[in-house]
Design a protein around this ligand. Structure first.
Ligand SMILES: Cc1ncc(COP(=O)(O)O)c(C=O)c1O
Length: 451
């Protein structure tokens, strides 16, 4: 069999057998990684043998994030159709910069953009592009925001640079995601040169602590706290940013998708008033990695910060993708968004989001029955829980994860060591939550004598 046929066969058997794998590899599986310490071969290696090695040594040491019982980071699963579309994307190998490089990708990503705006109930005229993830999306949106607030002071920061720029302010909460803060550093705004608003026990920005705003201010809010799943009071903040002419940016890496589910949309009310938004395909939309989505109300602000020209790049009617994000050459990752949204449809997407939240409620109820403390209001797909002490909680978590049936991540929430549980995969069913609760119960018994 040739390498392509072999890869298809091995990938299919990986996908079909995912539920039989340990969720996190054990020591035995990790041994296989020794294979990757081989020296670089002097001569060519057979393609099929290379793919076989990848599967034999790599697959066992993967984490089964696409299975149904991974509750660690908010990884999402990969919808089979989105994964299959990703295979097509690899086969096509299109640098998705502009229509002249790939009319197909330009058309498909434009359809995906339209559907995303519709699903999230955001202005149809907004500009959309597909960076690697929310980290990059936040950076891109902040670059657009920085440009816009400085242009109001007649200063073109993208031409003239930050040295000599008039002052502008950035406001974040003390729960802003670390990747957004990294973006502030990369953009030269400075990780610490921001005004930080304190948050409440759920990690929501305290509205009364929001400083006075003006039109040279960028306010960054969060839709879906990475621990608690909480939302900043965005509608109230939006009223203030609108009144002051400030720029409002929403980091909704996973929480923005609440807007696609009628029973949850109230959590994300007012978000449509913002100026820029970021979310991920690879988290709750369940596209494969990597796939982020950045949206900007004013296309000109995004284009101004991101556009490039060169004699060999023809100008067309449509603003090409290269002028809506940082990269020129990049993977046609919007195609996976299109595939996921097409197979799900409006109803399927809503069901996916609401079912994950229902599973989070079942987890919460089961844990409460077993005497656990739940630290967050479980309004979305996140549960933060602890049992007795931080030490005991960690012992239980380690014991559960060692069994390989499911996987939970550690966190520290409001000064307390806890387990962070996230339900974000289409594959998770009621039985998986029961299996997780059984695994926790067994670990509570097996660790009872250890503290
Ligand atoms: C709120 C928030 N913002 C940004 C990110 C970074 O997203 P990505 O890993 O897609 O870059 C995350 C990741 O969990 C997140 O939860």
């Amino acid at each position: 069999m040739d390498a392509l046929g072999l890869a298809a066969t091995l990938s299919q058997s990986y996908v079909r057998g995912i539920s039989k794998r340990r969720v996190f590899p054990g020591d035995m599986e990790l041994v296989s990684l020794e294979a990757f310490r081989e020296p670089w071969p002097d001569g060519p290696s057979p393609a099929a043998e290379t793919i076989r090695l990848l599967d034999a040594a790599g697959s066992p040491a993967t984490v089964a994030t696409t299975g149904s019982r991974y509750f660690g980071f908010v990884t999402g699963g990969a919808l089979p159709a989105a994964l299959a579309a990703d295979w097509m994307v690899s086969a096509w190998d299109q640098p998705a910069a502009m229509p002249i490089l790939s009319p197909a990708v330009a058309a498909i990503e434009s359809a995906a953009a339209r559907w995303v705006l519709e699903a999230l109930n955001l202005p149809a005229s907004a500009a959309v592009s597909f960076p690697t993830g929310a980290s990059y999306g936040n950076l891109i949106a902040l670059a657009a925001a920085r440009r816009a607030v400085l242009l109001r002071q007649n200063y073109d920061v993208d031409e003239l640079g930050l040295r000599g720029a008039p002052p502008f302010r950035v406001i974040i909460s003390d729960e802003a995601h670390s990747t957004l803060i990294k973006g502030l550093g990369v953009l030269g705004i400075g990780r610490q040169a921001v005004e930080i608003v304190p948050t409440d026990d759920q990690g929501r920005m305290r509205l009364e602590a929001l400083p006075p705003l003006d039109n040279s201010t960028i306010v960054c809010v969060q839709a879906g706290n990475v621990n608690s799943g909480s939302f900043d009071p965005i509608a109230d903040i939006a009223a203030k940013t609108k009144a002051a002419g400030a720029w409002l940016h929403v980091d909704g890496a996973f929480g923005l998708w609440a807007r696609a589910a009628p029973h949850l949309a109230h959590l994300a009310a007012g978000i449509e008033l913002a100026d820029s938004w970021v979310t991920d395909g690879h988290k709750w939309l369940n596209t494969p990695y990597d796939c982020g989505i950045v949206i900007c109300r004013d296309p000109q602000a995004l284009h101004g910060a991101m556009s490039i020209t060169a004699a060999y790049m023809p100008e067309g009617e449509i603003v090409p993708a290269k002028d809506r994000l940082v990269e020129f050459s990049r993977r046609a990752r919007g195609v996976t968004v299109w595939a996921a949204m097409r197979v799900l449809g409006r109803q399927g997407l809503s069901d996916l989001i609401e079912t994950c939240c229902k599973h989070a409620q079942t987890l919460r109820a089961g844990l409460l029955r077993m005497g656990w403390t739940i630290h967050n209001d479980v309004i979305l797909n996140q549960v933060v829980a602890s049992y007795e002490s931080g030490e005991r909680t960690e012992l239980i978590r380690t014991a559960v994860n060692a069994e390989g049936i499911c996987w939970f991540g550690p966190t520290r929430w409001r000064g307390q060591d806890a387990i962070r549980m996230s339900v974000s995969s289409w594959a998770t069913a009621e039985g998986d939550i029961e299996a997780a609760l059984d695994a926790i119960s067994a670990a509570m018994i097996s660790t009872a004598q250890s503290t």
